[in-house]
Design a binder for this molecule. Sequence first.
Ligand code: ATP
Length: 355
Amino acid sequence: MKRIGVLTSGGDAPGMNAAVRAVVRTALHHDMSVVGFKRGYNGVLMRSPSQIDDFEILTARSVSDKIHRGGTFLRTARCLEFVQPEIQKLAVSNLHGLGIEGLVCIGGDGTYRGAEALNRLGLPTVGVPGTIDNDLAYTDFTIGFDTALNTACECLNKIRETSDSHERASLITVMGRNCGDIALHTALTCGAEICMIPEIPWDIEEVADRVKWGVVRGKRSMIMVFAEGALSSLTTDLAKLCQQTPALNEIIPHNNRVTSSQLALIIEKLSGHETRSTVLGYIQRGGSPSGRDRMLATQLGAHAVDLLKEDRGGLAVGIRGTKLIEVPFEDVQKGEHAADAGLMDLVDIMAVISH
Ligand code: ATP
Protein backbone atom coordinates (compact mmCIF):
# COMPACT_ATOMS: atom_id res chain seq x y z
CA MET A 1 0.00 0.00 0.00
CA LYS A 2 1.17 3.50 -0.78
CA ARG A 3 -1.44 5.52 1.14
CA ILE A 4 -3.62 4.75 4.13
CA GLY A 5 -6.19 6.69 6.17
CA VAL A 6 -6.77 6.96 9.91
CA LEU A 7 -9.74 8.17 11.96
CA THR A 8 -10.98 8.25 15.54
CA SER A 9 -14.66 7.52 16.13
CA GLY A 10 -17.16 6.93 18.95
CA GLY A 11 -16.41 8.37 22.39
CA ASP A 12 -12.97 9.94 22.83
CA ALA A 13 -10.45 8.09 24.95
CA PRO A 14 -7.07 9.17 26.35
CA GLY A 15 -4.40 7.59 24.18
CA MET A 16 -6.21 8.07 20.86
CA ASN A 17 -3.65 10.74 19.92
CA ALA A 18 -0.80 8.41 20.80
CA ALA A 19 -2.38 5.75 18.56
CA VAL A 20 -2.72 8.17 15.61
CA ARG A 21 0.90 9.20 16.13
CA ALA A 22 2.00 5.56 16.00
CA VAL A 23 -0.03 4.95 12.84
CA VAL A 24 1.47 7.97 11.10
CA ARG A 25 5.07 7.32 12.07
CA THR A 26 4.92 3.59 11.34
CA ALA A 27 3.35 4.28 7.95
CA LEU A 28 6.04 6.84 7.12
CA HIS A 29 8.64 4.28 8.15
CA HIS A 30 7.13 1.93 5.52
CA ASP A 31 7.06 4.73 2.90
CA MET A 32 3.28 5.07 3.02
CA SER A 33 1.55 8.43 3.25
CA VAL A 34 -1.30 8.99 5.70
CA VAL A 35 -4.54 10.93 5.48
CA GLY A 36 -6.25 11.79 8.78
CA PHE A 37 -10.05 12.02 8.66
CA LYS A 38 -11.88 14.35 11.02
CA ARG A 39 -14.87 13.64 13.25
CA GLY A 40 -14.98 9.88 12.71
CA TYR A 41 -16.78 8.61 9.63
CA ASN A 42 -18.16 12.11 8.94
CA GLY A 43 -14.79 13.14 7.51
CA VAL A 44 -14.81 10.23 5.08
CA LEU A 45 -18.16 11.40 3.73
CA MET A 46 -16.53 14.76 2.87
CA ARG A 47 -19.50 17.03 3.30
CA SER A 48 -17.95 19.98 5.11
CA PRO A 49 -17.78 23.31 3.28
CA SER A 50 -14.05 23.37 3.91
CA GLN A 51 -11.90 20.34 3.01
CA ILE A 52 -9.61 20.81 6.01
CA ASP A 53 -12.61 20.06 8.22
CA ASP A 54 -12.87 16.62 6.60
CA PHE A 55 -9.31 15.42 6.13
CA GLU A 56 -5.66 16.40 5.95
CA ILE A 57 -2.37 14.76 5.03
CA LEU A 58 -0.56 13.88 8.24
CA THR A 59 3.19 14.25 8.43
CA ALA A 60 5.63 13.31 11.19
CA ARG A 61 5.29 16.91 12.42
CA SER A 62 1.47 16.78 12.46
CA VAL A 63 1.73 14.31 15.30
CA SER A 64 4.50 15.98 17.31
CA ASP A 65 3.61 17.05 20.82
CA LYS A 66 0.58 14.75 20.81
CA ILE A 67 1.54 11.54 22.63
CA HIS A 68 0.77 13.01 26.07
CA ARG A 69 -2.46 14.79 25.17
CA GLY A 70 -5.93 13.51 26.02
CA GLY A 71 -8.88 13.73 23.62
CA THR A 72 -8.24 13.35 19.90
CA PHE A 73 -6.83 16.09 17.68
CA LEU A 74 -8.62 14.47 14.73
CA ARG A 75 -11.80 15.02 16.74
CA THR A 76 -14.54 12.43 16.98
CA ALA A 77 -18.27 12.30 16.44
CA ARG A 78 -21.07 9.84 15.90
CA CYS A 79 -22.12 9.42 12.27
CA LEU A 80 -25.43 7.65 12.56
CA GLU A 81 -26.11 7.39 8.83
CA PHE A 82 -23.01 5.23 8.44
CA VAL A 83 -25.18 2.15 9.03
CA GLN A 84 -26.71 2.70 5.57
CA PRO A 85 -25.16 0.60 2.75
CA GLU A 86 -25.41 3.51 0.29
CA ILE A 87 -23.46 5.77 2.64
CA GLN A 88 -20.82 3.07 3.14
CA LYS A 89 -20.43 2.76 -0.65
CA LEU A 90 -20.03 6.54 -0.89
CA ALA A 91 -17.29 6.33 1.75
CA VAL A 92 -15.40 3.64 -0.18
CA SER A 93 -15.68 5.64 -3.37
CA ASN A 94 -14.38 8.79 -1.61
CA LEU A 95 -11.48 6.84 -0.12
CA HIS A 96 -10.55 5.32 -3.46
CA GLY A 97 -10.78 8.80 -4.97
CA LEU A 98 -8.04 9.95 -2.58
CA GLY A 99 -5.87 6.96 -3.47
CA ILE A 100 -6.38 5.40 -0.04
CA GLU A 101 -5.80 1.66 0.01
CA GLY A 102 -6.38 0.88 3.68
CA LEU A 103 -7.94 2.51 6.74
CA VAL A 104 -7.16 2.36 10.47
CA CYS A 105 -10.30 2.96 12.55
CA ILE A 106 -9.70 3.80 16.22
CA GLY A 107 -12.75 3.41 18.46
CA GLY A 108 -15.10 0.91 20.04
CA ASP A 109 -17.60 -1.69 18.99
CA GLY A 110 -19.68 0.66 16.81
CA THR A 111 -16.59 1.96 15.04
CA TYR A 112 -15.59 -1.64 14.27
CA ARG A 113 -18.98 -2.27 12.64
CA GLY A 114 -18.36 0.65 10.29
CA ALA A 115 -14.85 -0.64 9.59
CA GLU A 116 -16.15 -4.14 8.96
CA ALA A 117 -18.65 -2.77 6.42
CA LEU A 118 -15.91 -0.91 4.52
CA ASN A 119 -13.73 -4.01 4.54
CA ARG A 120 -16.60 -6.06 3.08
CA LEU A 121 -16.88 -3.47 0.30
CA GLY A 122 -13.25 -4.07 -0.64
CA LEU A 123 -11.35 -1.46 1.36
CA PRO A 124 -9.03 -3.21 3.86
CA THR A 125 -9.57 -1.86 7.38
CA VAL A 126 -7.97 -2.53 10.76
CA GLY A 127 -9.61 -1.60 14.07
CA VAL A 128 -7.67 -0.26 17.06
CA PRO A 129 -9.52 -0.45 20.39
CA GLY A 130 -9.90 3.13 21.65
CA THR A 131 -12.51 3.31 24.39
CA ILE A 132 -12.33 3.82 28.15
CA ASP A 133 -15.03 1.19 28.73
CA ASN A 134 -12.82 -1.89 28.18
CA ASP A 135 -15.91 -3.55 26.72
CA LEU A 136 -14.31 -5.45 23.82
CA ALA A 137 -14.08 -9.10 24.81
CA TYR A 138 -11.22 -10.11 22.49
CA THR A 139 -8.61 -7.83 24.09
CA ASP A 140 -7.50 -7.70 27.72
CA PHE A 141 -7.33 -3.91 27.60
CA THR A 142 -8.55 -1.06 25.43
CA ILE A 143 -6.71 2.25 25.00
CA GLY A 144 -7.99 4.77 27.56
CA PHE A 145 -9.15 2.28 30.18
CA ASP A 146 -6.05 2.62 32.35
CA THR A 147 -6.19 6.43 32.33
CA ALA A 148 -9.90 6.41 33.17
CA LEU A 149 -9.18 3.99 36.01
CA ASN A 150 -6.44 6.25 37.37
CA THR A 151 -8.72 9.30 37.14
CA ALA A 152 -11.51 7.46 38.96
CA CYS A 153 -8.99 6.37 41.63
CA GLU A 154 -7.82 9.92 42.18
CA CYS A 155 -11.41 11.11 42.59
CA LEU A 156 -12.28 8.26 44.94
CA ASN A 157 -9.30 9.01 47.16
CA LYS A 158 -10.61 12.55 47.55
CA ILE A 159 -14.18 11.45 48.18
CA ARG A 160 -12.98 8.98 50.80
CA GLU A 161 -11.23 11.75 52.73
CA THR A 162 -14.37 13.82 53.03
CA SER A 163 -16.57 10.76 53.65
CA ASP A 164 -14.21 9.62 56.37
CA SER A 165 -14.23 13.02 58.06
CA HIS A 166 -18.03 13.17 58.06
CA GLU A 167 -18.49 9.45 58.69
CA ARG A 168 -20.71 9.12 55.65
CA ALA A 169 -21.29 6.47 53.03
CA SER A 170 -20.64 7.43 49.41
CA LEU A 171 -22.12 6.02 46.26
CA ILE A 172 -19.85 6.86 43.33
CA THR A 173 -21.07 6.30 39.80
CA VAL A 174 -18.40 5.55 37.21
CA MET A 175 -18.61 5.08 33.43
CA GLY A 176 -18.39 1.87 31.43
CA ARG A 177 -21.83 1.50 29.81
CA ASN A 178 -22.62 -2.23 29.94
CA CYS A 179 -19.17 -3.20 31.14
CA GLY A 180 -18.26 -3.17 34.84
CA ASP A 181 -14.47 -3.10 34.39
CA ILE A 182 -13.90 0.54 35.34
CA ALA A 183 -16.06 0.05 38.45
CA LEU A 184 -14.54 -3.26 39.49
CA HIS A 185 -10.93 -2.19 39.00
CA THR A 186 -11.59 1.16 40.71
CA ALA A 187 -13.22 -0.60 43.66
CA LEU A 188 -10.26 -2.92 44.10
CA THR A 189 -7.56 -0.32 43.67
CA CYS A 190 -9.24 2.20 46.00
CA GLY A 191 -10.25 -0.26 48.69
CA ALA A 192 -13.97 0.33 48.19
CA GLU A 193 -16.28 -1.66 50.44
CA ILE A 194 -18.94 -2.45 47.86
CA CYS A 195 -19.09 -2.65 44.07
CA MET A 196 -22.10 -2.98 41.77
CA ILE A 197 -21.65 -3.94 38.12
CA PRO A 198 -23.97 -4.98 35.27
CA GLU A 199 -22.47 -8.45 34.92
CA ILE A 200 -23.18 -9.70 38.47
CA PRO A 201 -26.67 -9.70 40.06
CA TRP A 202 -27.02 -7.66 43.26
CA ASP A 203 -29.68 -6.78 45.79
CA ILE A 204 -30.12 -3.31 47.28
CA GLU A 205 -31.18 -4.55 50.71
CA GLU A 206 -27.99 -6.58 50.90
CA VAL A 207 -25.99 -3.47 49.99
CA ALA A 208 -27.73 -1.49 52.74
CA ASP A 209 -27.05 -4.32 55.20
CA ARG A 210 -23.37 -4.23 54.33
CA VAL A 211 -23.31 -0.49 54.96
CA LYS A 212 -24.93 -1.09 58.35
CA TRP A 213 -22.44 -3.84 59.19
CA GLY A 214 -19.50 -1.77 58.07
CA VAL A 215 -20.54 1.03 60.42
CA VAL A 216 -21.03 -1.43 63.29
CA ARG A 217 -17.51 -2.73 62.65
CA GLY A 218 -16.08 0.74 63.02
CA LYS A 219 -15.65 1.79 59.39
CA ARG A 220 -15.76 5.57 59.21
CA SER A 221 -16.50 5.74 55.52
CA MET A 222 -18.24 3.25 53.29
CA ILE A 223 -17.31 3.61 49.64
CA MET A 224 -19.64 2.04 47.10
CA VAL A 225 -18.59 2.03 43.45
CA PHE A 226 -21.53 1.87 41.10
CA ALA A 227 -21.07 1.10 37.38
CA GLU A 228 -23.40 3.28 35.31
CA GLY A 229 -25.06 0.20 33.76
CA ALA A 230 -25.45 -1.71 37.04
CA LEU A 231 -29.19 -1.17 37.45
CA SER A 232 -29.63 -3.78 34.72
CA SER A 233 -28.46 -6.51 37.12
CA LEU A 234 -30.37 -5.29 40.19
CA THR A 235 -32.62 -8.12 41.40
CA THR A 236 -34.70 -5.99 43.82
CA ASP A 237 -38.13 -4.78 42.68
CA LEU A 238 -37.58 -1.08 43.38
CA ALA A 239 -41.19 -0.01 42.79
CA LYS A 240 -42.41 -2.50 45.39
CA LEU A 241 -39.66 -1.59 47.85
CA CYS A 242 -40.35 2.17 47.57
CA GLN A 243 -44.08 1.61 47.93
CA GLN A 244 -43.65 -0.53 51.04
CA THR A 245 -41.14 1.78 52.75
CA PRO A 246 -42.81 5.01 53.98
CA ALA A 247 -39.57 7.02 53.83
CA LEU A 248 -39.22 6.10 50.14
CA ASN A 249 -42.79 6.64 48.97
CA GLU A 250 -41.81 9.73 46.99
CA ILE A 251 -39.49 7.75 44.72
CA ILE A 252 -41.31 6.32 41.73
CA PRO A 253 -38.99 4.07 39.70
CA HIS A 254 -39.62 3.61 35.98
CA ASN A 255 -38.73 0.19 34.59
CA ASN A 256 -36.82 -0.48 37.80
CA ARG A 257 -34.64 2.59 37.16
CA VAL A 258 -33.86 5.46 39.51
CA THR A 259 -31.25 8.22 39.49
CA SER A 260 -27.97 7.84 41.38
CA SER A 261 -29.17 10.32 44.04
CA GLN A 262 -32.36 8.31 44.50
CA LEU A 263 -30.32 5.14 44.80
CA ALA A 264 -28.18 6.78 47.48
CA LEU A 265 -31.34 7.88 49.30
CA ILE A 266 -32.73 4.34 49.19
CA ILE A 267 -29.49 2.99 50.68
CA GLU A 268 -29.53 5.76 53.31
CA LYS A 269 -33.08 5.00 54.40
CA LEU A 270 -32.55 1.23 54.46
CA SER A 271 -29.20 1.40 56.27
CA GLY A 272 -29.93 4.35 58.53
CA HIS A 273 -26.53 5.80 57.55
CA GLU A 274 -26.07 9.11 55.73
CA THR A 275 -25.23 8.36 52.08
CA ARG A 276 -24.11 10.85 49.42
CA SER A 277 -24.01 10.34 45.67
CA THR A 278 -21.31 11.52 43.26
CA VAL A 279 -21.40 10.92 39.52
CA LEU A 280 -17.89 11.21 38.10
CA GLY A 281 -19.06 11.71 34.49
CA TYR A 282 -16.90 13.06 31.69
CA ILE A 283 -13.91 13.78 33.90
CA GLN A 284 -13.09 10.09 33.31
CA ARG A 285 -12.78 10.58 29.56
CA GLY A 286 -10.27 13.42 29.72
CA GLY A 287 -6.70 13.83 30.87
CA SER A 288 -3.20 13.00 29.74
CA PRO A 289 -2.95 9.27 28.95
CA SER A 290 -1.17 7.07 31.48
CA GLY A 291 2.15 5.45 30.59
CA ARG A 292 0.36 2.14 30.11
CA ASP A 293 -2.14 3.66 27.65
CA ARG A 294 0.65 5.37 25.71
CA MET A 295 2.47 2.02 25.44
CA LEU A 296 -0.65 0.18 24.32
CA ALA A 297 -1.60 2.90 21.82
CA THR A 298 1.89 2.97 20.34
CA GLN A 299 2.15 -0.81 20.02
CA LEU A 300 -1.37 -1.29 18.62
CA GLY A 301 -1.18 1.68 16.22
CA ALA A 302 2.08 0.31 14.81
CA HIS A 303 0.69 -3.24 14.62
CA ALA A 304 -2.37 -2.04 12.68
CA VAL A 305 -0.16 -0.45 10.03
CA ASP A 306 2.05 -3.55 9.83
CA LEU A 307 -1.06 -5.61 9.02
CA LEU A 308 -2.20 -3.20 6.31
CA LYS A 309 1.30 -3.26 4.85
CA GLU A 310 0.81 -7.02 4.41
CA ASP A 311 -2.58 -6.30 2.75
CA ARG A 312 -4.38 -7.79 5.73
CA GLY A 313 -7.71 -6.16 6.58
CA GLY A 314 -10.96 -7.04 8.36
CA LEU A 315 -9.07 -7.35 11.64
CA ALA A 316 -9.10 -5.76 15.08
CA VAL A 317 -5.83 -5.52 16.99
CA GLY A 318 -5.53 -6.04 20.73
CA ILE A 319 -3.45 -7.47 23.53
CA ARG A 320 -3.66 -10.78 25.40
CA GLY A 321 -1.21 -11.01 28.26
CA THR A 322 1.85 -9.36 26.77
CA LYS A 323 1.17 -10.56 23.23
CA LEU A 324 -0.21 -8.36 20.47
CA ILE A 325 -3.04 -10.11 18.65
CA GLU A 326 -5.40 -9.58 15.75
CA VAL A 327 -8.85 -11.13 15.36
CA PRO A 328 -11.44 -10.94 12.56
CA PHE A 329 -14.06 -8.26 13.28
CA GLU A 330 -16.76 -10.91 13.67
CA ASP A 331 -14.87 -12.41 16.65
CA VAL A 332 -14.47 -9.14 18.54
CA GLN A 333 -17.08 -9.98 21.17
CA LYS A 334 -16.30 -13.70 21.40
CA GLY A 335 -14.75 -15.20 24.52
CA GLU A 336 -14.68 -14.43 28.22
CA HIS A 337 -13.49 -11.05 29.34
CA ALA A 338 -15.34 -8.86 31.83
CA ALA A 339 -17.26 -9.83 34.93
CA ASP A 340 -14.40 -11.46 36.69
CA ALA A 341 -16.23 -12.99 39.67
CA GLY A 342 -12.86 -13.65 41.32
CA LEU A 343 -12.13 -9.90 41.35
CA MET A 344 -15.55 -9.23 42.88
CA ASP A 345 -14.82 -11.77 45.63
CA LEU A 346 -11.56 -9.94 46.24
CA VAL A 347 -13.44 -6.65 46.78
CA ASP A 348 -15.43 -8.41 49.53
CA ILE A 349 -12.36 -10.04 51.07
CA MET A 350 -10.47 -6.73 51.16
CA ALA A 351 -13.46 -4.88 52.64
CA VAL A 352 -13.54 -7.22 55.68
CA ILE A 353 -17.18 -6.56 56.49
CA SER A 354 -18.47 -10.05 57.19
CA HIS A 355 -15.77 -11.19 59.68
P1 ATP B 1 -17.54 3.92 22.41
O1 ATP B 1 -17.26 2.55 22.96
O2 ATP B 1 -16.62 4.93 22.94
O3 ATP B 1 -18.96 4.33 22.47
P2 ATP B 1 -18.02 3.17 19.68
O4 ATP B 1 -17.12 3.04 18.50
O5 ATP B 1 -18.70 1.89 20.13
O6 ATP B 1 -17.18 3.85 20.84
P3 ATP B 1 -20.51 4.17 18.63
O7 ATP B 1 -21.19 5.49 18.81
O8 ATP B 1 -21.27 2.94 18.94
O9 ATP B 1 -19.13 4.26 19.41
O10 ATP B 1 -20.07 4.06 17.09
C1 ATP B 1 -19.25 5.06 16.49
C2 ATP B 1 -19.65 5.24 15.06
O11 ATP B 1 -19.43 4.01 14.35
C3 ATP B 1 -21.10 5.58 14.80
O12 ATP B 1 -21.40 6.95 14.99
C4 ATP B 1 -21.23 5.19 13.35
O13 ATP B 1 -20.64 6.17 12.52
C5 ATP B 1 -20.38 3.92 13.27
N1 ATP B 1 -21.23 2.73 13.44
C6 ATP B 1 -21.80 2.28 14.59
N2 ATP B 1 -22.54 1.17 14.36
C7 ATP B 1 -22.45 0.91 13.03
C8 ATP B 1 -22.99 -0.09 12.18
N3 ATP B 1 -23.78 -1.06 12.63
N4 ATP B 1 -22.67 -0.04 10.86
C9 ATP B 1 -21.86 0.93 10.39
N5 ATP B 1 -21.32 1.91 11.14
C10 ATP B 1 -21.60 1.91 12.44
